[in-house]
Design a protein around this ligand. Sequence first.
Ligand SMILES: [Ca+2]
Length: 126
Amino acid sequence: MTLRMNMSYPDGTTGFDEYSGFLISPDQYNISVERRIDSAGMSGSYILSNSGDFWAINHQPFSTYDRDVDQWLSGNCARNNGGGWWYNFCAHSNLNGQYNSSWFHYFSFQRYTTLKTSTMMLRLSN
Ligand SMILES: [Ca+2]
């Protein structure tokens, strides 16, 4: 499947990030994407973990405030960052972050600028 994430800021700026090979594993709900296939307004990809970045989320399980399966041993990223998400040692992105808070951000877009909207969409691949 293809995963597309659309985002906007309060000033009306919009962007999107799109990945092929999206799937969620049935056990720990790990996110996987293969590669970025399109984007607009993005600078770098902090979803993919081939950079070796601690905060990249590819292949990580989905954590919630009451189900801590992130890589941060001494804390709970979902509780700390205000929303369930695929966390590594936390993340550069959180499209489930609390509205009107700095935790609602997508680092590849405009770093930690607080988003206004986000939409995640899936499409079956041909
Ligand atoms: Ca943890």
